[in-house]
Design a binder for this molecule. Structure first.
Ligand code: ZN
Length: 363
């Protein structure tokens, strides 16, 4: 009989408490993974700090990597790339489990399907105790896209794949053509610096990073940005500053990971004719944007929103990390590591330091 430690979150202002539970027998289509490494995503920190709400009690942590430990009856034997799965394989998996047959899934949006289940976001019940990254084990439900991983990529970099990297892959899918174009990346946190690297690899002509922090812009430069604009410096509007540094080559694609209304409005003002804006960062309540509809029409602009990602994006993210983890120092963005027994210290450190990511070692 296996047992698992679980770090249970009861609500903001309360410490995460460690409990030990029995690993339940696997049901139809389920897989058991022994978690190896989890990174604390910004949404984990926001939930912990009370800036967003999740049903409690719950196990936080969804940027997870682990090893296959057991197959349940009828569990998949092939991963999302068609590779054969075996006990001991290192894997990552989608943030969600969702039927591939729903209307939403057929439209490429399984993460919004009616039966969607999100790892690291669900209430603990007597039947379901292992569905987060702050635990020794995770039970993967039926219809969870998963990918077998190569053994050469550092664990902290792999842990980033199934939230940050896959979300950026989704935003690039929505943006359309990147090669030969000028890209604006607003917000140089984990997603923004990833977007700099991914658009660079995709052949962008120029990548411009915008943020309010010089240190983050310096990191964006290491991850492929050619130009940076510090939004904290008041030297004109974003559109004016872009025009000054880009001369007559306007922004074709703007990716917003900041979620800041002023910045999103500025982005719409800065896009060239036919430009595409993808908004990703606005995942919390905020004021409505002021949009000039006439400009939207006359400049043929497209605005799209993205929340989470689909199976194709997860595979794109894995392949990006496998190919480019040595070029772009993703593992270095996971600043510190803690054990599960130090999980409260890990959250406190992540919130106080503003680090891109803090890691939790498991197993
Ligand atoms: Zn996340």
């Amino acid at each position: 009989m296996r047992t698992s430690r679980i770090g249970v979150f009861h609500g903001p202002g309360q410490p995460i408490r460690l409990h030990e539970v029995t690993v339940p027998p696997l049901r139809e289509g389920e897989l058991l993974v022994r978690n190896e490494y989890t990174t604390l995503c910004r949404s984990d920190l926001n939930t912990f700090a009370g800036k967003r709400t999740e049903p409690t009690p719950t196990i936080l942590g969804h940027e997870i990597v682990g090893r296959l430990e057991a197959f349940g009856p009828g569990a998949p034997r092939l991963d999302s790339r068609g590779a054969t799965l075996a006990i001991g394989d290192r894997v990552t998996w989608a943030i969600y489990a969702a039927s591939p047959n729903s209307t939403m899934a057929r439209l490429g949006m399984p993460q919004k399907g009616p039966d969607r289940f999100k790892y690291g976001h669900e209430r603990l019940t007597a039947d379901h105790t292992l569905h987060g990254g702050l635990a020794d084990y995770c039970v993967l439900r039926r219809h969870t896209p998963l990918v077998r991983l190569s053994g050469t990529v550092p664990l902290p970099a792999l842990a980033l794949v199934n939230c940050a990297i896959a979300t950026v892959a989704g935003s690039l899918r929505l943006a359309g053509a990147i090669a030969g174009r000028t890209i604006l990346v607003a917000g140089a946190g984990m997603l923004g610096v990833t977007a700099c690297a991914m658009t660079r690899v995709a052949g962008a002509q120029r990548v411009v990073a915008a943020d309010v922090t010089g240190e983050r812009l310096a990191v964006a430069t290491r991850f492929g940005a050619d130009l940076s604009i510090n939004l904290a410096e008041s030297e004109g509007t974003l559109a004016e500053r872009l025009a000054a540094c880009l001369s007559d080559d306007p922004v074709s694609v703007a990716l917003d990971y900041s979620g800041v209304p002023d910045t999103m409005e500025a982005i719409l003002g800065a896009l060239g004719v036919g430009g595409v804006a993808v908004f990703v960062g606005a995942t919390f309540p905020q004021r409505a944007l002021r949009v000039d509809a006439e400009q939207l029409v006359r400049r043929l602009l497209t605005v799209r929103g993205l929340h989470n990602y689909n199976e194709r994006d997860l595979v794109t993210a894995v392949e990006f990390m496998e190919r480019h983890h040595a070029t772009f120092p993703f593992a270095s963005l996971v600043h510190d590591q803690f054990g599960l027994h130090e999980v409260n210290e890990a959250f406190a450190h992540a919130l106080a330091s503003g680090a891109y990511r803090v890691g939790i070692r498991l197993g």
